[in-house]
Design a protein around this ligand. Structure first.
Ligand code: SF4
Length: 674
């Protein structure tokens, strides 16, 4: 342990806390919000509708996250939509003197960005209340020392200026989470843990039938931190402890803030724990200068954003961490999007992987436990190499039968996301295990679409037990020896009798091409249910979810058919195709896809998150523009101010050619790519 931490004085919150300040109700009605910001205290009743589904994109839109210091306190809720308005302006929350912030269901959904609770904290918010709170956001709040609860009765005590027992906020939590809350955050807790001042509960769960996810947790469980012993016979939902990670990664939106925390709290010259298993990525903002409006550039935001790249690069060099960087030499773009590269080059069955991004479950496609964590958890993992977990409950999604050939993993996910169990937030924080004949038939690339979108499910992670397709992938694309690949997969299956909260069945044969209406990935409809024709201005085919080899095969298949018939994307529609990595980019060039894309008038661009994070070609410029996109989420403002529909790679390509949203029907004799 770094000597500076051994000597650090331990912090702890008092047993009773007083939260002095006003209460901000994030209402659906923009007028009520504006009146509160002007100084009026709202007398709230359940008849006043609170905003549900407030995403972290709304709390701190992507461009706000270019800041990674206390300046963030000027910005919470700048992207919050109430009615058709965005009523919260820069500085308004801080000036309002609010200490508590109240919302409806599924607060904090979406990205794992810790800038959101950090912005709230720096604006004065110390208490977050909501009907339900998403896992990563809630953990980020706890890690930063923000109190959270779903118990609305505390609001009356805040209003009266009464003290509140800390136990109100720790009730029902496991010992570690309680300790983290009582120490005022994860870092202070970890210092106490490393100093031996808090005891991590010893796990004594008896052998039991386990899910594949539970088996991986058990193998990685820190059984005895003092001796370094790792592994326990069994775990069960609710067990709390720490698991050793195999891979930790972060990207330029998060690394700089974590680096600052590390330098300030641990020491500028202290080493990271096992830097060889840490990876950094420059993927989100490499195209930013093409996407940022002249007004924002004039405000200096591009310069602020570019500092993220500089800070990450310098920190990587100083600490000996592998950085997948930007291309440079006049070429915009990245070596790879983090999730794409982790699956392409690093993830192995049975590993525990943490990443600074909600779509980290992507790697669950090869049977990993991969999950997103926030800035504070990443920074702490650089010290300890482990991460705290409370073993989640699992639910199973069984996709039975054979899907039609033009139905993709994205269609399955858009169908799942509109299931009431998911829409109501019941899946929050659980492990989603995908299985069934239709899943077994999918390639690892398509499986990754399903595990990636565990983030939209609100799940802790998504996983598919490794099988012969996983072994083939490891041999053919990763170069492993078959016997080694098979050994890695051994025992990684769920036991008969393993415990699931519920099981959702999807009949693959009955699926139809899906589209999610703007605003939320859960707004799924069959394209046939759309009614009026929806014209489009932009078609975006890329991102970690839809920039893999098989996604490119799908775009190329549809466009090759069109090219063979002399059809092109109509004037007035802009179509961008963007790979997840240089490996995929080269794959497309080798197969001649770049020529097919050019033949129909699509623009093929270098890898990056780009338009998916409102930072590259393919973003909308006005509220009236309509985009069909293969990305994973369409929260307000995600990819510009326009109307963002989600769909499969086939649908995106077919719609680009048609100029309106339409499904693709396979030709009876497929056209090859020259
Ligand atoms: S492509 Fe989009 S969803 Fe994927 S990591 Fe980048 S910003 Fe996140």
């Amino acid at each position: 342990m770094p000597p500076s931490l051994l000597a650090r004085r331990l912090a702890r919150l008092p047993d009773e806390v007083r939260l002095a300040g006003r209460i901000l109700y994030l209402t659906e009605d923009p007028d009520l919000l504006t009146r509160q910001l002007r100084g009026e205290d709202l007398t709230w009743t359940p008849a006043i509708k609170l905003r549900d589904n407030i995403s972290t994109d709304e709390i701190t839109p992507a461009y706000i996250c270019y800041y990674y210091d206390d300046t963030l306190g000027d910005f919470p809720y700048l992207g919050l939509k109430a009615g058709q308005e965005f009523p919260i302006a820069r500085g308004a929350v801080k000036q309002g003197g609010f200490v508590a912030s109240v919302a409806g269901r599924r607060r904090g959904k979406g990205s794992s960005r810790e800038q959101s609770p950090y912005a709230e904290l720096k604006a004065g918010i110390r208490l977050v209340v909501a009907e339900s709170i998403e896992r990563i956001y809630r953990e980020n709040c706890q890690n930063l020392g923000i109190l959270t609860t779903t118990d609305f009765s505390v609001l009356e005590r805040v209003r009266r200026g009464e003290t509140i027992p800390l136990s109100v906020f720790t009730a029902g939590e496991g010992q570690i989470t309680r300790d983290i809350i009582e120490h005022g955050g994860l870092f202070e807790y970890n210092v106490a843990r490393l100093q031996g001042a808090v005891r991590v509960p010893t796990l004594a769960t008896a052998r039991r039938p386990m899910t594949v996810a539970e088996k991986i947790f058990a193998r990685h469980w820190v059984a005895d931190a003092a001796t370094g012993h790792v592994g326990v016979p069994a775990v069960a939902p609710g067990d709390e402890g720490f698991v050793v990670t195999d891979i930790r990664f972060s990207h330029e939106y998060v690394t700089p803030m974590s680096a600052i925390f590390f330098e300030q709290l641990v020491g500028k010259d202290e080493p990271l724990n096992d830097p060889g298993s840490i990876f950094f990525f420059r993927d989100h903002l490499t195209f930013l200068r093409d996407a940022m409006t002249p007004a924002r550039i004039a405000e200096g935001l591009l310069d602020v954003a570019n500092q993220l790249e500089v800070k990450q690069r310098e920190f990587a060099a100083a600490k000996g961490v592998k950085l997948y960087g930007e291309l440079g030499l006049g070429r915009l773009g990245s070596e790879a999007i983090c999730h794409s590269k982790i699956l392409e080059a690093h993830a192995l069955p049975g590993q525990v992987i943490i990443g600074s991004d909600s779509h980290t479950p992507h790697a669950g496609a090869v049977g990993c436990i991969a999950f997103g964590v926030g800035t504070t958890a990443i920074f702490n993992s650089w010290i300890t190499r482990d991460v705290r977990v409370q073993v989640p409950r699992s639910f199973r999604v069984v996709v039975r039968g054979r899907k039609p050939p033009h139905i993709t993993a994205k269609d399955i996910m858009l169908q799942l996301l509109r299931h009431p169990y998911v829409k109501n937030g019941d899946a929050i924080g659980q492990v989603v295990e995908y299985c069934g004949e239709a899943v077994e038939d999918l390639s690892v690339d398509e499986r990754a679409t399903m595990t990636n979108m565990a983030a939209e499910v609100g799940a802790f992670t998504g996983i598919i037990a490794p099988d012969r397709r996983t072994v083939d992938f490891l041999v053919e694309q990763r170069g492993l020896v078959r016997a080694e690949a098979e050994r890695l997969c051994e025992g990684l299956h769920s036991d008969p009798g393993a415990e699931y909260v519920t099981e959702i069945e999807i009949d693959a044969a009955s699926l139809r091409p899906m589209v999610a209406l703007p605003g939320d990935p859960g707004n799924g409809r069959e394209i046939g249910e759309l009614g009026d024709r929806v014209g489009i201005d932009i078609a975006y085919a890329g991102s970690c979810t839809a920039g893999k080899r098989e996604d490119m095969d799908m775009y190329a298949r549809v466009f090759a058919e069109a090219a063979a018939e002399g059809r092109r994307i109509p004037d007035g529609v802009r179509c961008y195709i963007q790979c997840g990595s240089q490996d995929v980019f080269r794959y497309c060039q080798t197969r001649g896809y770049d020529r097919v894309f050019a033949a129909v008038g699509a623009t093929f661009i270098e890898p990056s998150c780009g338009a998916c994070i409102n930072a590259g070609p393919g973003v909308s410029r006005t509220a009236g523009e309509v985009t069909i996109s293969a990305i994973n989420r369409n929260f307000p403002g995600r990819s510009g101010p326009g109307q963002l529909y989600l769909a499969s790679p086939y649908t995106v390509a077919a719609s680009a050619l048609a100029g309106y949203i339409t499904a693709w029907e396979p030709a009876s004799s497929p056209v090859g790519v020259a």
